[in-house]
Design a protein around this ligand. Sequence first.
Ligand code: FES
Length: 102
Amino acid sequence: MKRIHACSVGALPEGEALRLDTEPTIALFHVGGEYYAINDRCSHGNASMSEGYIDDDATVECPLHSANFCLKTGKALCMPATEPLQTYLVTVSEGAVFIDLP
Ligand code: FES
């Protein structure tokens, strides 16, 4: 496992997302005071989830075909996506946001 520094607290405003050029590419979200990290690439096609529409209930809608995913579990909540997105552990420490990669 590898822990990476994603951003500083305050660099990602509430209700926004950040794409990280890691391997795999990760989308980091800040919703409801929490941070969530998922695979950036939609499980249905070639879309960046960091460009999706974020809802207050910690879901994100794919910008291409509108599948919804739970940011907490990565679960696909509606068609056309059926496969979940990988989620990653996020830790906030000393003013910074870290993500654990496998
Ligand atoms: Fe995301 Fe089709 S690419 S729902």
